[in-house]
Design a protein around this ligand. Sequence first.
Ligand code: CP3
Length: 348
Amino acid sequence: MMKKFNDTFLRAIRGEQIDHVPVWYMRQAGRYQAEYREIKKTRTLFEITHDSELGAYVTELPVKQLGVDAAILYKDIMTPLPSMGVDVEIKSGIGPVIANPIRTMADVEALQPFNREDIPYIYETIRLLRERLEVPLIGFSGAPFTLASYMIEGGPSKGYHKTKALMYGQPEVWHALMEKLGDMVIDYIKSQVDAGIQAFQIFDSWVGTTSRKDYVRYIKPTMERIFTELKDTGVPMIMFGVGASHLAEEWHSLPLDVVGLDWRLSIDEARERGLTKPVQGNLDPSYLLAPWDILEAKTKEILDMGMKQPGFIFNLGHGIFPEVDPEVLKRLTAFIHDYSKEKMEVGK
Ligand SMILES: Cc1c2[nH]c(c1CCC(=O)O)Cc1[nH]c(c(CCC(=O)O)c1C)Cc1[nH]c(c(CCC(=O)O)c1C)Cc1[nH]c(c(C)c1CCC(=O)O)C2
């Protein structure tokens, strides 16, 4: 018998009637899973994504194992960059490393427009997943600032000094780069929507390193254009970044649907600051290593805050890390479902 499609995640975003709080986890496909580690013994991330059957398997695995309410397409924020001429490799335990960093206007001019024909395997994975999944499929893209930070630094960074030096010192180069990456994000998300994704998240993971004033001046115009152009897709749009509480009002004012929060700003505080839109978050993933009663108490606290108004999706404040026990995530998912279900029934 076919199981009924669980659209709780999409209904929650629309503020519709639901019977439990939906949950999914950033990095729900990854090295905390034994099956994933086994696959990674012989294949790189790019090799997995080029194999649509394998990409679909890895995407679906946490949905089956944990019982989460949404799947996030397995790929990386680096996936579209080779199409633009970026020479990128993802090194295990380090992250993306780029051999041809951006330093000058000539480097920006040399970037090619993203071409969806370069990544047919991603769309094939989306099509396979839409046939198989009983929960919505989330697509995603990195945001221009976060992608630019890798492209300028040449890899992961602590201070983002080269990125900001280019932003402040060569603003015309910076804006040209933001424009090109903005074009890519728009077409890349549209292409994923055409293939069948049902929501998307924009990862501006490292944008919290900029001030509010700089965000408005150097980054927000491109974000405004991205969300304005993508609104027509009709697919819910989620924003996320780490340590970006000071930008929460700026995000809220963008034409997006869901504001993702990390653990630095509580949901109550976000509401007090006028964030009336649906929120997603925000358990500090470190709690996943704490004893169960401590994790449960914190989860309850977040659910109690999130459930004060419609439009709440439970997630972590950042991705799952390799040391986390899958059994803990399974128990947590069941707890979120049971606790919120009970609370909704009492509230009726
Ligand atoms: C900044 C960023 C990257 N990639 C991503 C971000 C934004 C989210 C965030 O803030 O963490 C997004 C991403 N990367 C990956 C996903 C898959 C979907 C999911 O969340 O399950 C998603 C959503 C796979 C991946 N991307 C990567 C892994 C882990 C290593 C691997 O399996 O090769 C996975 C599962 C590699 C990667 N790729 C990147 C980093 C920092 C790393 C980690 C390096 C490491 O610790 O080894 C860049």
